[in-house]
Design a protein around this ligand. Sequence first.
Ligand code: SAM
Length: 229
Amino acid sequence: MIEVMDGRQSKDKFSSAKERMLRWDLKGRDITDSRVLAVMAEVPREEFVPQSHRSQAYSDGPLPIGMDQTISQPYIVALMTQELRVDPECDVLEIGTGSGYQTAVLGKLVKKVYTIERFSELADSAKAVLSKLGISNVEFYVGDGSSGWSASRLPPAGCFDRIIITAGVPKIPEPLTEQLADGGLIVAPVGGRSVQGLVVYEKKADELISRAICDVRFVRLIGKYGFEQ
Ligand code: SAM
């Protein structure tokens, strides 16, 4: 339906769908951080969704993005961002670039996002959308994010202030704990192959202190410190 509309009508259609998302799916639940809400209002989710699913860009669910992967549900993107408690000085490591939507949301809130995706097709597409949107504080890497960021290319402080894992893991990969600053936070879906708990971890004196948020269903993190294929 959207494809046959002219540009202005199409934009209007997305803005009312986005309004609905903000009002009911985010503010209507427990998203209260005004910076997160402002960025969710700003980033055009339709740009990260395949043409065939654009009419559902602001429905509160995951959508296919190719390679058997999904763009996460808007509420979960907002919730994970809120729980990450970022500020403009943060260096953030993201494992699982996917469509790049979560990357874009974070890119608008932090100093720099370092993002890893195992499929080059998804990384290339995400890179193109972020470039189109003028989001330039993102470094992309294609590979196994469960092993962390390449040691030779770590941020100036030598570690990350925040880490977000956007695929389900059986437990937090050890290399990621090592690359997190003391006092830093990890937000991740941790648990089984189909259902996980969304958990926030704070690193204190080399220990991770956990706080469970809610149950979630993420695709699996496949890798050395993740799930097997
Ligand atoms: N947040 C993303 C978005 O907004 O589009 C959705 C991420 S999707 C649920 C999970 C992503 O993790 C997939 O793109 C998948 O290919 C990627 N992934 C799985 N295992 C990985 C690994 N070991 N390293 C890097 N990325 C991985």
